[in-house]
Design a protein around this ligand. Sequence first.
Ligand code: A2P
Length: 222
Amino acid sequence: GPLEEMSIPLFFGFFLLSSIQDKIRCTSMDFLKTLDTLEPFKTHMTDFTGKPDKEVDLEQYFKATGTLHCTTKYCNYGKAEGAKEYAQKQAVKDLYGSTFELALGALFVTPRTVGARVSLTEEQLLLWPDDAEKEAESSVPAAASLPLGSRAHITLGCAEGVEPVQTGLDLLDILALQQEGQKAELVVEMELGSLTYYGEGRWLLLLREPICALACFSSYYK
Ligand code: A2P
């Protein structure tokens, strides 16, 4: 009935503790600031501006998107496919409210979004829906052939008019290119790690030191 539907949240996910949120926001800002000044980035600036000789301030370009989290299942209050089944999963019930250490292994930027890739552990994968990657197939055809958990990410910012759901699709798109063995167009060594360009404004920074972030598995209602 309607009451039952009300009890299903907008989404389930890992919610980062506030001190680590500040740290990640700082790292993300530093990364964008540095990226903006790199010659290889400037060379490909038209990916972001659409016209030559125009500068972009990445810190202004992306808008913050609220409390930092890694969505596991988007439920839309029970209206999304598989929402009820997910909410009833044993692992979801058992682990609800538990704290986990998330490993952030990479940061990525596209003309649409900026995000952090999350590498889930075996235990964390118990909370990952089986069809999360397959669901993205209409946008990223190779998504279904990527390993479970490939879509796991934290949205750090979106360009004007872009919805946060895009961040996971952008990540899958980059991972699909990696899997195809498409040769990266270029690699730049940065203090934070090695930065790879995949064309069309797609940049991925593989962190030298993964960021460990404490996060609580919970849910969100707007
Ligand atoms: P993300 O997980 O990339 O941040 P919204 O504010 O648009 O309602 O979205 C709420 C949260 O759910 C956001 O974190 C968003 O993206 C995620 N989300 C929205 N739609 C989907 C979807 N169709 N599939 C997976 N995640 C979604």
